[in-house]
Ligand binder design. Structure first.
Ligand code: RP5
Length: 167
């Protein structure tokens, strides 16, 4: 598993997570963004344990050039919703699989936002983390022709890699 990193270029995607324990899931988003050549950063920002860090991060993200935030959290997963409340940037929420309730708690915490403060909620766990990266890339690709080409090439490679025979 990769270690949390900040890419050399100015990050346009901010990946935040509630705990270092979430990295096991969220590194999939970071790795896919790296593969697509999207500058990003990964930070631990807990809505409950470090609320001021959350205020500072989400409140200052747009000013620093972040364009999309991916927020992963588990259990009482308030991080994506609170981040969305603190910024006008698009926020993609990844429900991390929790030990006790298998991430259904995380999913419900993230998906049921009140009207007016949207969080684009992905699937629980690894699939959600990877799809959050792909969705962030798709959003950025609307105004980045090079990224659009890289994303389409990634999709084409995925299609080509699917076997026709099951064994
Ligand atoms: C949440 O609590 C985190 O997002 C994490 O998924 C969960 C458990 O955190 P740890 O107890 O592993 O730090 O805030």
């Amino acid at each position: 598993m990769a270690t949390p990193e900040t890419s050399a270029a100015r990050p346009v995607v901010g990946i935040i997570m509630g705990s270092t324990s979430d990295w096991e899931t969220m590194h999939h988003a970071a790795e896919l963004l790296a593969e697509l050549g999207v500058a990003h950063e990964s930070k631990v920002v807990s809505a409950h344990r470090t609320p001021q860090r959350l205020y500072d991060y989400a409140g200052g993200a747009a000013e620093r050039g972040i364009q999309v935030i991916i927020a992963g959290a588990g259990g009482a997963a308030h991080l994506p919703g609170m981040a969305a409340a603190l910024t006008h940037l698009p926020v993609l929420g990844v429900p991390v699989e929790s030990k006790t309730l298998k991430g259904v708690d995380s999913l419900y915490s993230i998906v049921q936002m009140p009207a007016g403060i949207p969080v684009g909620t992905l699937a629980i766990g690894k699939a959600g983390a990877k799809n959050a990266a792909l969705l962030a890339a798709a959003i950025l690709a609307l105004s980045d022709a090079g990224l659009s080409e890289r994303l389409q090439a990634w999709r084409a490679r995925q299609t080509e890699s699917v076997a026709t025979d099951p064994a």
